[in-house]
Each structure stands twice: as structure tokens, then as C-alpha cells.
Design a protein around this ligand. Structure first.
Ligand SMILES: [Zn+2]
Length: 280
């Protein structure tokens, strides 16, 4: 289409932030930090390369995901352990915080709950910021690598995409079939993944993650959590992500419980206050 005469003026309109987040409840970071200082490790597990692990985090505890052995991206799912229908809502988290999340930001849950499931309390990659390509770390824009898209685009039958890894791990954890577990798998937080959108075509891109051995992302569990973490077959996601071609490393998950009384005064997040009537 040919441009209208006022095209430049229309493009020059200043953007408006969709969800100004200055009214979001502020997490009590000082209290979290103090509670973390005296916390003791109560469990740990590893996601093996091209596999997923599950882990449980009691409400009021912390969990840390660490890079071990080599640069590796992880795909994280979170559920309310006591009601799996409440799960991480990547799209709304993106709308509230932006395309990538870091310390002080939260993983929000699905409707009708819409409350924080977890708050990021430490991020050793927070220095990265936004690079010259528009890339940043820990994205909530990607979905999870999956065998269906691979088949659509290349006709492949690849079984160790994050979607399948998460499905098998959740099925084993719950003692149900893969078919029962699969619908519970959802869009992820891409831990350590460096991504953005190209400025010219708006396409989703990835690039080699800046993560190095010893880097970690740490969370406070706002509710009782069930987590599943896949060590993506893309490794550091520098080239591809739906094959066995990339170098892949494990990811370490550790759970820490604060000393009793350390969270004195902390109030657990209530379910969303909307009355649910939808105007009826
Ligand atoms: Zn993946």
C-alpha cells in the first residue's frame, strides 16, 4: 500500500506503557534477603542434558538454578503444587514486567488467580542489560522448543525438545501417563537464554547465552511450588535447538529453607480480588 500523506506523523506518535507497574505490590526484598542469609539447603536435583527434572519448593523457601559444567539454557515450568490448574502465565508476566525478567520481578500465575508464584531474588546475569541487538537474558517471549514446530517446519520426529522433556518429567512425578501430563506443560521462563526481536523484521532471535559455570538465578516461593526444568537440547542456544547437534550440559536445582521465624511479618499472596462474576 502507498503511504498516506501523514504517515510520518502517525509513526511519530509516542508509545504509552500498557501496564504501568508502579502500582504492582512491591516484594519485600530486604525481608527475603535476610531470610535467605540463614537458610539451609533441604534438597537438590539435576536436569541432565536434553532431559528435565522436577522439584518441590515449600512456600516461603528459596530455589536456585545454577549453570554447572558449561553454558546451558533451561526451560522452567511452575505450578501451585496444591492445584496444578494454577500455573505460570508467561504472557501476562511479559505484559507486566517486559520481555525478560530479573531481580525483584515475578513469575505470575494464570487466571483466575493472577498472583506471584515466585519472585526473583538474585540474578548473577543482571549486569547484561539489553545488548546492541536488543537481546537480553531470562526471557518470557519464547514458548518452549517442541516437536510439533520441528515437524511443521522440517518434518522431523525429535523427542528431546523441552516440551517433551517437561512432559515426561511431569508424568513421572505425578505417576500419570504422558498424555495426561502433556496439557499441563506450559510456556516457560527461558532461564539463561539470550533472546530478542530483530529490529527490521520483528523476528524472534536467540544468540549464545552469556551464562558461565557458577552463574545462577534464585527465586523465593510465594506458594507451595512444583517445578520442572528442562536442560534445552539447544545447549547455550548459539545455533539450533531441536536436535542433538549442540553441546549440552546439566543444570543444578537447589532448595533452601529459611530458619523458623525468619519470615515474621510476611504475608502470602492472596488469590486475585476480582469477584469472578464477569458482569452476570
Ligand atoms: Zn528447549
Amino acid at each position: 500500500m502507498t503511504e498516506p500523506k501523514d504517515a510520518a506523523a502517525r509513526r511519530a506518535v509516542e508509545p504509552v506503557i500498557c501496564y504501568p507497574n508502579d502500582t504492582l505490590p512491591t516484594p519485600p526484598m530486604e525481608l527475603y534477603r535476610a531470610a535467605r542469609d540463614g537458610a539451609k539447603k533441604i534438597s537438590e536435583t539435576y536436569a541432565a542434558p536434553r532431559e528435565a527434572c522436577t522439584f518441590e519448593v515449600p512456600q516461603g523457601s528459596f530455589f536456585r538454578i545454577s549453570s554447572v559444567e558449561g553454558p546451558q539454557v533451561g526451560d522452567l515450568n511452575l505450578w501451585n503444587k496444591n492445584d496444578l490448574s494454577e500455573r505460570f502465565y508467561s504472557g501476562k508476566t511479559r505484559a507486566l514486567h517486559g520481555t525478560h525478567i530479573t531481580t525483584g520481578e515475578r513469575m505470575w500465575s494464570s487466571f483466575p488467580h493472577l498472583r506471584p508464584l515466585a519472585t526473583i531474588v538474585a540474578d548473577t546475569l543482571s549486569w547484561y542489560g539489553i545488548d546492541a541487538f536488543g537481546g537480553s537474558v531470562h526471557d518470557v517471549i519464547g514458548t518452549r522448543c517442541d516437536p510439533y514446530t520441528g515437524n511443521l517446519l522440517s518434518g522431523t520426529q525429535y523427542h528431546h525438545c523441552c516440551h517433551s522433556n517437561l512432559t515426561r518429567a511431569l508424568a513421572d512425578h505425578l505417576g500419570v501417563s504422558d498424555a495426561e501430563a502433556e496439557p499441563r506443560v506450559h510456556d516457560v521462563l527461558n532461564v539463561f537464554m539470550c533472546t530478542g526481536f530483530t529490529r527490521d523484521t520483528g523476528q524472534y532471535f536467540m544468540k549464545a547465552s552469556p551464562v558461565r559455570v557458577g552463574d545462577y538465578l534464585e527465586f523465593f516461593a510465594e506458594v507451595d511450588l512444583l517445578g520442572a526444568l528442562s536442560a534445552c537440547p539447544g545447549g547455550d542456544c548459539s545455533s539450533e535447538h531441536t536436535s542433538d547437534a549442540a553441546a549440552c550440559y546439566p543444570l543444578h536445582v537447589e532448595v533452601f529453607e529459611p530458619a523458623s521465624g525468619a519470615l515474621e511479618g510476611w504475608v502470602a499472596p492472596a488469590k486475585n480480588g476480582y469477584d469472578g462474576s464477569h458482569g452476570r
